[in-house]
Design a protein around this ligand. Structure first.
Ligand SMILES: *Cc1c(COP(=O)(O)O)cnc(C)c1O
Length: 230
């Protein structure tokens, strides 16, 4: 356990040294044990990201309530209700229908739920997300302008999993350009665009060079994920 603790400590401080101070690190804790998360919590890390609703809910219940939990996985409409009371930021909104459900649950719990639109920038077809066109359409829709319990704070994207740096750069450049464009052009009452959530273990440096102010880091902090470890 001691070496695991030392590794996490070293990884974490090394990462923190390499990034600008205003970059939020979301520690991606999916499949990571309570003990490992606790190590980071004790270092004052407060932003944690999870992909699965049940796992997130269980961890939420076991930790102090000052953790800011981020939902970064694909979210099914019928599961919004489980995270609505406490979620800090949902990164993965990819349909009007999902946003509508989040608004409904926000209202039920008398809170405003902060969201990002997930944009599909990767080549892989399996990844979820809206195209730029679909995102624009969503932001222009009459319906969302009436939502009282949801706010869109920015965009999230995942680059293609590849060693081809140019490919990753061009994908991050495209989402940054879109981010700047909607910030300037789109007037939508529930839009308050300031977060660009791009960059993971393999590409966070490229992401930061392309305007990321929120990176989602799992492996680089915790080591390889073990699906059986929780
Ligand atoms: C798992 C995951 C991450 C973290 O990935 P690492 O490569 O381990 O840093 C980031 N974002 C999303 C959406 C993920 O699913």
């Amino acid at each position: 356990m001691e070496t695991i603790q030392e590794n996490i400590l070293n990884n974490y401080f090394q990462l923190k040294q390499q990034i600008p101070e205003n970059t939020t690190v979301v520690a991606v804790s999916k499949f990571q044990s309570i003990e490992k998360i606790k190590i980071l919590y004790d270092l004052e890390q407060r932003d944690f990201g999870e992909n699965y609703v049940q796992e997130l809910k269980s961890k939420y219940e076991q930790f102090p309530k000052d953790i800011r939990w981020h939902f970064i996985g694909h979210l099914q409409t019928n599961k919004v209700k489980y995270i609505a009371p406490f979620i800090h930021l949902i990164h993965s909104v990819d349909s009007l229908n999902l946003l509508k459900e989040i608004n409904k649950e926000g209202k039920k719990h008398q809170r405003i739920i902060n969201c990002l639109l997930q944009i599909h920038i990767a080549k892989e077809e399996t990844k979820f997300g809206l195209s730029f066109e679909e995102a624009k359409e969503l932001l222009h829709s009459q319906e969302i302008s009436e939502f009282q319990n949801v706010k869109i704070l920015g965009l999230m994207g995942m680059a293609t999993f590849t060693d081809n740096v140019q490919q990753i750069e061009s994908e991050f450049a495209s989402i940054k350009a879109f981010f700047d464009k909607i910030k300037q052009d789109i007037k939508c009452p529930i839009l308050d665009i300031k977060i660009l959530s791009i960059g993971m273990t393999n590409d966070y440096k490229i992401a930061i060079a392309h305007g990321s102010n929120m990176i989602r880091i799992g492996t680089l902090i915790f080591g390889e994920r073990n699906n059986n470890s929780i």
